[in-house]
Design a protein around this ligand. Sequence first.
Ligand code: ARG
Length: 463
Amino acid sequence: MTKNKNNQAIWNTRIKKSASTLFQKVGNSINIDKRLYKEDIQGSIAHVEMLFKQKIISFKIKNKIIYGLNKIEKEISNKKFDFNKKYEDIHINIEKRLFQIIGEEAGYIHTARSRNDQVITDFKIWIRSATKEININLDKVIKSTIKLAEKNIDTIMPGFTHLKNAQAISFAHYLMAYVEMFSRDKKRFLNNLDNLEESPLGVAALAGTSFNIDRNYTAKKLGFKKPTNNSIDTVSDRDFVLDFLYSVSVCSMHISRISEELIIWNSEGFSLINLSDKIVTGSSIMPQKKNPDMLEYLRGKTGKTYGNLFSMLTILKGLPISYFKDLQDDKEIVFQSNDNLINCLKVFDEILKNSSSNKKRMLELANSGYITATDLADYLVKNHSMSFRKAYQKTASIVNFAEKKKKNLGDLTIEELKKIEPKLTNDVLKVFDLKNSINSKKSYGGTSFDNIKKMIMKYKKQK
Ligand code: ARG
């Protein structure tokens, strides 16, 4: 790249001294927002095409500018571009380089626009593609979760409430619960695209412009549906940033919840989940250890992501509308949350592919904690015309009795059961069978094996 001669700040006629070295060092954003270079160039090309169509610039100037911009894009892609901190951000870096390549005519590029509309245009386009990329990764995670669920339709485990054994479920049903969450995440991201349909380009600094521009034309060129309605709101609005950060936070929270559960279930106390050696790490002192660090990584990153959402909300709180330097931090926040989530989705996908259920232990645990008690109460209601509350009390007495005898409900004899409820017959014993218990939960959305198979089919068809 040729030596930059045009190295003064663009405002040097008005501001005689260059900014303090310290501020130049800390106030620039080039290392962060250079990630927007493609979107910036795309936006500039649409802008100059519009300026030409509206007879604001000549054919020759338009072509020269586009030639220069394309060359800059190649330089940046090929890592041949010298980013200069002195020029603050990606917009000025590109403009300065354009002057070097095509000369004074580069000065026409900024007609009827400001960095204020330029930066949000770039940012909206970037968030739009990032959103789509996240959904591609979510699809992969959904697919892997379903695959693991398919292998575990008949894996019986205790479902917990308060982390206490509650009722028998299939492990596949548990996994499919996360498929619901990830599908909502996908939908949430898709919904955000609706709020990214309006183009900011052309509102300029805050008031609009006196040039006869065509904002509909640039909107369409850049993949938006229409231009935004109010120029002041446009340069102030970062709601689309919050939507993105919130959606990332919710998705991250889902990953964190399953991570926490898998960490607990992988502990020796539970031993319900096996993690392959590929996804554990060792200890520097305890030779026996296999730690679920990757799951902990996922849980930890969620904290950072929440922090980013709160940083942005706090930056906006109390900020008068239009543009302020405070807003510049939005990019760093979004890029970090985005990168975290993409990494987390990839790591989690790997975890799903390298985890298996300890079926034997799951069944063993399901056979403790009287988890068929609700089944017994339901049976009494259905077969001995009791109210549910009455049946609940009878069952509680049977549980108390079993506990005293140190027996499971299924180990009680019919004679023992009859001592508490004389109407009972041998037929009752089937309710203590865990498979029967699971299969009886046929209500829509329940854990019966048939329901699970249907749900898995439904999701597989959606692909
Ligand atoms: N780098 C700035 C940002 O990211 C671009 C907008 C600058 N506008 C301004 N009036 N200083 O927010």
